[in-house]
Design a binder for this molecule. Sequence first.
Ligand SMILES: *Cc1c(COP(=O)(O)O)cnc(C)c1O
Length: 379
Amino acid sequence: MFSMKVDFNRLSITGHELEFIQQAIDSGHLQGGGKFLAKCESAISDIVGATSLMTTSCTTALDMIALLLDIKEGDEIIVPSYTFVSSINPFVLRGAKPVFCDSRADTLNIDETKIENLITDKTKAIVAVHYAGVACEMDTIMAIAKRRKIAVVEDTAQGLYAYYKGKHLGTFGELGAISFHSTKNVIAGEGGALICNNPNFIDRANFVREKGTNRIHFINGKIDKYTWVDYGSSYIPSELITAFLSAQLMCAKKFTDARIASWNYYYDNLSELEREGKIRLCKVPNGCKHNAHIFWATTDSAETTKSLLQYLKSKQIGATQHYAPLHNCPMAKKLGCADISLPVAETFAKTMFRLPIYSTITPDEQDYVIKAIFDFFKK
Ligand SMILES: *Cc1c(COP(=O)(O)O)cnc(C)c1O
């Protein structure tokens, strides 16, 4: 029988990465703060339309956000339970308590209708995570935050080239964080960026990124000796990373467009199974322009999803589930915030599955995946 192997993820490489890394080496400057850092930051700022600072990861950008918002012991942060641990850990590290919110069934994003009930006098921030590069309901979230005087942080790790009502994700709240992890649409191996929408944060963000020093003012010739002025750590990426990413950013739009074409191909071809009630496909609400970071769907039960994934594995197709809700994790128990029930997050974590998607997946490979899914439901 006809068979092929379709990996869950595959790197998208432009072919210019090594050339740029060689240029970085030849320049004699490999620490952070060189020509490639500037190049990446200007490219990212152009794409998102806001000031960006490159970091070593999205997680460290979120660490910086927790420092910039002066998060401290006793603060509460509202966060979806259905997300990656980095959406909350940077705040927990500063002593804050996670307050988990359920998700919407159509997008798996934070359910904006459930946020207001979770707000207390201690709430410092709402973390909006744009799952799969599909925007959260930002108008509602921003209105709640404004009314209740709470900060909004956007974990837009997956959201490069994704928009809500024409505005790039990560540019609604005070601060946002993007990831260039190897599994994202545009990659640096490990890498990230902080998005500063409130200009009041830009100076401090530079201090925090450079070990809590005002080295930025020294580099810009404003002072002749830099000194310790703030909290901070080493959050600036080396030129090896930004050289690689510079090449990637040149093709970022092309990679995204290719993914969107593949996403639409899955959607169109699997719609019949949705009409038959076998599966339910992910939805992109009106006003959201997504970037095809993830193609996901659900079946009617945890058991069906489990056997579907086993079947796809037997066909050498790399399909997989995603997050275990954070409130069900051991650390949530330790922090005393596990004793809640969030039905959508709990159910969908078990019934959802993701299909292989990357800029280089071929129609033949997608046909093979689609046929396998149809075959499974015909059995
Ligand atoms: C990938 C991801 C992160 C972490 O990104 P890193 O760059 O690996 O630190 C955080 N949040 C979400 C939602 C992610 O998908």
